[in-house]
Design a protein around this ligand. Structure first.
Ligand SMILES: CC(C)(COP(=O)(O)OP(=O)(O)OC[C@H]1O[C@@H](n2cnc3c(N)ncnc32)[C@H](O)[C@@H]1OP(=O)(O)O)[C@@H](O)C(=O)NCCC(=O)NCCS
Length: 172
C-alpha cells in the first residue's frame, strides 16, 4: 500500500474535516482544524495529508504553542489532531504521518513537539512524559499522556514551564 504524504491544499479542506470526523466519530477535532486555519500563526506546511492514490486517508496537524515560565517564553509545537480513516487504521499510516510530520517540523526549524495522547502510542516515536522536562499542561492530566519530544537534542534541557495553547483549543 503506497502512501504519500504532502502539505494540504485549499481544495483538501473539506475532505480533511470529513476524514477527521470519521476517525474521531465526532466533529470537534475537524472544527478545531478549521478554526486553527484562520489563526495567523497557522503553518500550512505542517498540515499534512496522507494519500492513497489521489484519495486522502489521513491527516496530521502541528500548531505553534508557547511554553511559559515567569517572564520566559519558549516556542514549541502541539501535535493535534492526527487521524486515519477507520477502515485503514492500524496499518501504519498514522505512524508515517507522525514520523514524516516530525521530520518536516525539524526541517522547518522547530525544536520540540508536545502531544496529549495515548501513552502506548507516542513513546514509539520518541515522546517522553513532558514532566521529565518540567513542562506542564494548563489543565489536569495524567502524567504519562502529556508528552514531549526534542527534535533537536537537548533543546528542552533549559526549557520548562506551562504550555499555552492557542485560544481555538478552548473553543471546541
Ligand atoms: C491514532 C491513529 C491516528 C493512529 O493511526 P493508525 O494508522 O491507526 O496507527 P498505526 O498503524 O501507525 O499504529 C497502530 C497502533 O496504534 C494504535 N491505535 C489505534 N488507534 C488508537 C488510538 N485511538 N489511541 C491510541 N492508539 C491507537 C493501535 O492499537 C496500534 O498499536 P500497536 O502497534 O501497539 O498494535 C488512528 O488510529 C486514529 O485516527 N484514531 C482515531 C483518532 C485518534 O484517536 N487520534 C489520536 C488522538 S489526537
Amino acid at each position: 500500500m503506497k502512501i504519500t504524504i504532502r502539505p494540504e491544499n485549499k481544495s483538501d479542506y473539506r475532505t480533511i474535516s470529513m476524514v477527521t470526523d470519521m476517525a474521531f466519530g465526532r466533529e470537534e477535532e475537524g472544527k478545531l482544524i478549521e478554526n486553527l486555519r484562520k489563526n495567523r500563526k497557522f503553518i500550512k506546511d505542517l498540515s499534512l495529508v496522507a494519500c492513497m492514490g489521489s484519495e486522502i486517508v489521513g491527516h496530521i496537524l502541528f500548531t505553534p504553542i508557547l511554553i511559559k515560565h515567569e517572564d520566559k517564553i519558549f516556542n514549541s509545537l502541539a501535535l493535534a489532531p492526527v487521524s486515519v480513516i477507520p477502515e485503514l487504521q492500524s496499518l501504519g499510516i498514522g505512524s508515517q504521518l507522525i514520523q514524516k510530520g516530525l521530520a518536516k517540523a525539524k526541517k522547518l526549524g522547530h525544536e520540540s513537539v508536545i502531544v496529549l495522547g495515548h501513552e502506548n502510542y507516542y513513546p514509539r516515536f520518541g515522546f517522553l512524559p513532558a514532566s521529565k522536562y518540567r513542562i506542564t499542561a494548563p489543565f489536569e492530566v495524567p502524567d504519562n499522556v502529556f508528552m514531549a519530544i526534542e527534535l533537536v537534542k537537548n533543546t528542552l534541557q533549559n526549557v520548562h514551564g506551562c504550555v499555552a495553547y492557542p485560544k481555538e483549543f478552548n473553543e471546541v
